[in-house]
Design a protein. Structure first.
Length: 128
């Protein structure tokens, strides 16, 4: 494994640690793609949209916990698989998902794509 691979894996793992660790890995010009047909779905451009707008559309969350399962690297792309458990407005979600992330030369995430094992359930979770 190259130094770049190790750096990229470490950066992506920090994305699942929480607020400050996650924020330290985000490029100022990040583009994040959220799938589905719900109020959170769409493309978020820039640090502020990723860290402020997207979470505001997810609110109110009483739980949103990721269990990271796999991290795979191929150059400047990293793929993760995880389980996410959430609670919002009395609704619960417990499913598998994945992220694909592209990193820049500084090891920051510049683009990401989310995937859910049950997109319909996730759409219902974030709707209403």
């Amino acid at each position: 494994m190259t130094e770049q691979d190790e750096r990229n894996i470490k950066a992506v793992r920090l994305m699942y640690e929480g607020d400050e660790a996650e924020r330290s890995q985000i490029a100022p010009d990040i583009v994040w793609h959220v799938p589905g047909h719900n109020p959170v779905s769409g493309i978020y451009r820039g640090f502020d949209e990723y860290t402020r707008l997207m979470p505001s559309r997810m609110a109110p969350l009483t739980q949103w916990d990721f269990t990271l399962e796999d991290v795979m690297v191929n150059g400047d792309h990293v793929v993760t698989s995880f389980t996410v458990k959430g609670e919002r407005k009395g609704k619960r979600v417990d499913m598998r998902g994945a992220h694909i992330m592209r990193l820049n030369d500084a090891g920051q995430i510049v683009e990401g794509w989310g995937f859910a094992s049950d997109q319909d359930a996730l759409d219902e979770f974030f709707s209403g």
